[in-house]
Design a protein around this ligand. Structure first.
Ligand code: FES
Length: 190
């Protein structure tokens, strides 16, 4: 932890996490609960966070890492600003879900749980999220996009790029410039 008198946000997250470990660490399923809280606090389960949990729970780091990498709900590297989750549950799978996933993968140039170079998108697959009538579907953060066709992949990706371009333009007081296609290179700093 930082040694500043003023407690940093990170320090506060660790304190909160320690309370969760104290409360749930010894209970059945406690580790999953602890890791879920850690991910909620820190955004992902970094090596440092895994070591912290291991020390506090008196468990080998390898065990923590094994759990963190086994369950698809956990991520061990930072996520992009938008996480595209393609449902590969049965209903979505039989309605072309895998091809939708593959199209995103090709368009963004990333594999499962990888981020685009500009940090904008993370691609992952999920199990059924309980909205099978919309199959095939994806979520982008909290947004649900259903009845997808392969042609929707570029449109949806562009929609979020455009959104970002508008936010950036508003920040600098410039006219927004809509993207014409996905680019994996970050914009040069102003
Ligand atoms: S299988 Fe995709 S929402 Fe149910």
């Amino acid at each position: 932890m930082a040694k500043d008198n003023k407690m940093s946000v990170i320090d506060r997250h660790y304190l909160t996490l320690d309370k969760i470990i104290e409360r749930y660490g010894d209970r059945p399923g406690g580790l999953i609960r602890v890791l879920a809280k850690a991910q909620e606090l820190f955004g992902y389960l970094s090596r440092e966070v895994q070591i912290h949990v291991a020390e506090k729970m008196c468990l080998p780091v390898g065990h923590i890492n094994g759990v963190a990498t086994f369950y698809s709900q956990f991520i061990t590297s930072p996520r992009g600003k938008y996480t595209i989750s393609v449902c590969l549950g049965t209903a979505c799978y039989v309605k072309n879900g895998q091809n939708v996933y593959d199209r995103f993968s090709k368009l963004l140039g990333v594999e499962e749980n990888q981020n685009t170079e500009d940090g904008m998108f993370t691609l992952r697959s999920t199990r059924c999220i309980g909205a099978c009538s919309l199959a095939p579907l994806i979520t982008v953060n909290e947004d649900v996009h259903g009845h997808l066709t392969l042609n929707d992949v570029a449109r949806i990706t562009g929609q979020y790029q455009e959104k970002e371009a508008e936010v950036e333009a508003a920040d600098v007081g410039a006219e927004p410039v809509g993207p014409t296609g996905y680019q994996t290179q970050a914009s040069p700093p102003n």
